[in-house]
Write a protein that binds this ligand. Sequence first.
Ligand code: NAG
Ligand code: NAG
Ligand code: NAG
Ligand code: NAG
Length: 440
Amino acid sequence: MNSHQFLYSQSGADSEGLTLECSLPPLQQMCVFALRVFLGVLLCAPHLCSECPSGCECFAVTRTVKCVSKDLLAVPQSVPGYARTVFITGNDIHQIGPDSFAELENVTNIILSNNRITEMASHSFSALLNLRFLDLSGNQLVLIHPEALSIPGSPLQELSLSRSLYNFSALTDLATALRWGGLRGLLRLDLSGNQLSLLPPGMFSHLPSLQQLFLTNNSLVTVYSGTFSGMNQLQVLDLSHNAFSTFSADALQELETLGNIQVFLGNNPYTCSCEIQDFVSWLNESRAQVDVEAVRCASPRGLNGTLLQGLSVQAVGCVVPDQAEVADLTLQTSYVFLGLVLGFVGMVFLLVLYLNRTDMKNWIIGMRDACHDILEGYHYRYEIDSDPRLGHISAANCNSREKGQQGLTLSQKLLSDTCILQVPTDTHVRQVTASPPVGL
Ligand SMILES: *[C@@H]1O[C@H](CO)[C@@H](O)[C@H](O)[C@H]1NC(C)=O
Ligand SMILES: *[C@@H]1O[C@H](CO)[C@@H](O)[C@H](O)[C@H]1NC(C)=O
Ligand SMILES: *[C@@H]1O[C@H](CO)[C@@H](O)[C@H](O)[C@H]1NC(C)=O
Ligand SMILES: *[C@@H]1O[C@H](CO)[C@@H](O)[C@H](O)[C@H]1NC(C)=O
């Protein structure tokens, strides 16, 4: 069975030689049979014609194994060691486990598309030390282990995950796996057709060699700064067939950091209103090579299908006033506003004054009286201070205290101690002198 299949593949390749040798029609069938036997004996040495897993076809010369649409439930084991390319497609394999691919050191390409794979375990491919091309498109990945893509020596160069991420959890899982996978040699990554609406920032920053990134046919609406950070080797970025209606200044800056690369931005539903101005300018000036022929307005209706590049400022209904004029206008506006506020505050103040006019009047009168009293007090004191006669008496009064102290009552004593100048001085003096010495 196996050698038969093998020969079948050979007979196709050698069919020309076959018809030359066996030109006689009656002998043809016999010739074919003889040739098959001959080639079988010659080429099918034991190490080449090792077991082919059931449900698969193995082609030693092209070093290819194909297990296509055979309703396989798991990755077939005992794939021949000569295999370089393995197709396992259209089956019903739900999980890729750590032992799914064991010791296939010569395999360089694995195509695992359309297998309904939902889960990739840790180190799923780590035995494939020469794996360069891995196609996982058309699956329904829900769980991706952080180390699912780790392979010692980072041999992987191309990874396709087109139409294979089931939901946003799978995307965040993938972002982690790209970070942990050590995919330092990855050159090409295909994430098209995954209904992605946003990309985790720095998702690709651990892919330093990446040259081509395909994000076409998703639902992306914006590019954040940092989305494409760390991709210094990028040459091709495909953002066509997404949901971009415009690109903000931040997004354009992010695209500009990628430099002189090829960027596909076509077939997005661009809205050609005033907000698209920055994008149009960028298209006019950018270093990037953009597919400008496919970058067209989707709305408004009047501009549907119009090329964005070269679209004039007036066409997008955007009359931008002069920069200086704008600044001037802003300044004027702020002055007018300030004036209005001050006017309003003044009005309120006057109104409050008016409403409280009676209270205010009383208050003013009260204030005036108080001031008057205080002023009078000062005036009196001033007069006493400036009268030399009164000053003399007061000094005498204070000196005479010691002599007559014994004869004074407590109140009198307190009074004389304070030496208050306002107390009429003659009476005080009289008191001191008139009082007879009680202690005698
Ligand atoms: C891989 O290829 C080399 C050389 O072609 C061969 O010697 C080796 O046996 C192959 N490995 C396996 C597992 O068959
Ligand atoms: C993604 O799908 C899986 C399986 O249905 C579910 O457990 C998970 O919560 C989903 N994640 C999100 C973000 O919807
Ligand atoms: C876009 O992706 C959807 C699935 O998400 C698929 O059905 C459709 O064929 C794709 N379109 C293109 C143009 O690739
Ligand atoms: C883009 O360039 C065209 C001419 O090449 C010019 O008419 C148009 O005003 C420019 N648009 C912007 C936004 O710079």
